[in-house]
Design a protein. Structure first.
Length: 331
């Protein structure tokens, strides 16, 4: 009963091509989509980074999909700007847009030239930003002076259906802390025990709404090709925090990942030439308690993946009852 979505990776694909990809994903039977929001790719080999908010308007206008974005209010974006952008999309496309505000990564945020705060300060700044966004979405005039400064901000076009704010988390503690303010939880594939602990921490702390999982995967007609795709495109993404939080450029990520091996990549990417194996892996995530899965094929040519999974994987996952499209918090 899970929603089966498509992840649009701006770091890997040009915005024009990615727009065609998300349209193809809809035609192929994916239920929804989500995207990243970067100004810097994770690797020079990826080589792209379109502006997510422009792309979201085009994607929402040219598909019927529900879309979400993982973003970072507080430094590169003032939270009033995020509130304004998200309110406009929610007004134009009622019930079809959500955002996941996180504490950010230095690779994207350093461009402002401001000091990069420690994690605890970034987390507090995020929570202040979320409060600002919610108050602006409620039509309030907001003035505050803290880690986030706002002076008489107001949104004049307040959406009737507010865009849900989903908490992005990689750690158990962040998942637990997000329960205080979020309309749902989103994370990425990790060992099952860790995912179960994160879900329990979020729910036990009162967390409401859907549990969303972005699944990194590599598929190709042969195992060797699938491994090659993952090694080329995703070996710079194998590191645990704080490394991905604090490196400034794609060149730095390429430097630290130069000696990464296949086993390390397999720890973060589900790699197989067997679509049945992928279907099994995805079903296991649903069994853990995830309501929505967003499939991120880590290669740059999305069409073969979309076609293969539309024919062989999505039908297997839906055989037991079909995708869930009734999560009230996202409608």
């Amino acid at each position: 009963m899970a929603t089966l979505g498509f992840h649009a990776s701006h770091e890997q694909i040009s915005p024009g091509r990615l727009l065609k990809d998300v349209q193809l994903a809809e035609q192929a039977g994916f239920d929804a989509a989500m995207c990243s929001d970067h100004i810097e790719p994770w690797s020079a080999r990826q080589g792209h980074s379109g502006f997510a908010w422009s792309w979201l308007g085009a994607a929402l206008a040219t598909t019927k999909l529900r879309l979400g974005v993982v973003t970072a209010p507080g430094q590169r974006y003032h939270p009033a700007i995020i509130a304004h952008a998200s309110a406009t999309l929610a007004d134009m496309f009622p019930g079809r847009f959500w955002l996941a505000p996180g504490s950010g990564e230095y690779m994207n945020e350093h461009i402002t030239g401001e000091v990069w705060p420690d994690k605890a300060t970034r987390q507090q700044r995020l929570e202040e930003a979320v409060q600002v966004i919610r108050e602006l979405h409620d039509g309030k005039e907001v003035t505050r002076d803290g880690l986030v400064t706002v002076q008489q901000a107001r949104i004049w076009d307040v959406p009737e259906i507010k865009p849900p704010l989903i908490a992005p988390a990689i750690s158990v503690e962040t998942a637990r802390r997000g329960a205080a303010w979020a309309d749902g939880l989103v994370t990425v594939n990790q060992p099952h025990a860790k995912l179960k602990e994160m879900l329990a921490a979020y729910r036990d702390a009162g967390g409401r709404g859907p549990a969303v999982l972005q699944v990194h995967l590599a598929w190709a007609p042969s195992e060797q090709e699938a491994v090659a795709v993952a090694m080329d495109q995703w070996r710079s993404n194998v590191f645990a925090p704080p490394i991905p939080w604090d490196l400034p450029t794609a060149a730095h990520f390429d430097g630290v990942s130069a000696d990464v091996g296949e086993e390390q990549v397999r720890n973060v990417v589900n790699i197989s030439a067997d679509t049945g194996q992928h279907a099994q892996w995805l079903a296991e995530y649903v069994d853990l308690g995830f309501d929505e899965l967003y499939l991120h094929f880590v290669g740059q040519e999305q069409t073969p993946f979309i076609d293969a999974f539309a024919e062989h994987v999505l039908p297997q996952l839906r055989a037991s009852g079909g995708p869930r499209q009734d999560r009230e918090v996202l409608l």
